[in-house]
Write a protein of this length. Structure first.
Length: 241
């Protein structure tokens, strides 16, 4: 059965899998920020030597891939709703971490120092993470939606990689300087090396997982029987629909 070609805003639609994709997006977003955001790691490259990168880069790009799927299948407006849901979840996670870390530890419990080190992120890291996520995700979704209209729905690989270059580049460029500039253990050369590494690795991840993106997008479009084009969409991040 053929997909219905819909211009966003023309029709109210109900979907079978939209909520599940939203849950997957928010779950990966929270876990990648909680576990891997502030740890620098490295690999040893021929000639170059030791090359540093942020450990969270191994999993965080999956949220962008899911973001691509959301925009491609369900349109910018529904992706916008998921981005705001993720933002709210990040905000609550930051608040919960602050409350739990601030509570006095029971007498004799030896883990408070380690707990503070892992979960007691400074206001800079929390702010940087939320601002970078917000800007990067909306840029990613905007570019993909616009490119879909420009290409008449063709060349999905071009849209996903192109939007990732913009969105992930903006995310990395905002997060690391805002979070770590001037801090001990983060010299300027290391900071820019990590920014560049994040950008390149995230984009490479997107390119490598393009076949998976094609598979998931194809299955969802067939299941939902829809093809949405954001020709008359209000692209303001603050629009209600």
């Amino acid at each position: 059965m053929e997909n219905r070609a819909i211009t966003a805003g023309q029709e109210q639609l109900s979907f079978r899998y939209y909520d599940l994709v939203m849950v997957a997006f928010v779950t990966i977003l929270l876990l990648s920020n909680l576990i891997g955001a502030s740890k620098p790691s490295y690999i040893t490259l021929p000639v170059v030597g030791q090359w540093s990168f942020g450990a969270g880069v191994l999993f965080f790009p999956v949220s962008y891939i899911i973001g691509d799927v959301l925009t491609e299948v369900y349109g910018y407006a529904r992706a916008r709703r998921v981005i705001w849901t993720g933002f709210a979840a990040l905000l609550f996670m930051a608040f919960m971490a602050w409350v739990v870390v601030s509570l006095p530890a029971a007498e004799g419990w030896p883990g408070q120092e380690a707990y503070e080190f892992v979960f007691g992120n400074s206001w800079r890291i929390v702010l940087a993470s939320m601002v970078a996520f917000w800007a990067g995700e909306f840029a990613n979704s905007f570019v993909l939606a616009k490119m879909k209209v420009w290409t008449a729905g063709r060349h999905l690989w071009m849209r996903t990689i192109g939007s990732t270059i913009v969105g992930q580049g903006l995310d990395s460029l905002i997060f690391y300087p805002l979070a770590f500039w001037g801090l001990a253990g983060w010299p300027v050369d290391l900071l820019w090396q990590v920014i560049l590494s994040q950008w390149l690795i995230k984009t490479l991840w997107e390119a490598l997982l393009t076949p998976v993106t094609y598979l998931v997008v194809g299955k969802l479009k067939r299941a939902e029987r829809v093809e949405i084009f954001d020709e008359h969409t209000n692209f303001s991040p603050f629009a209600s629909r």
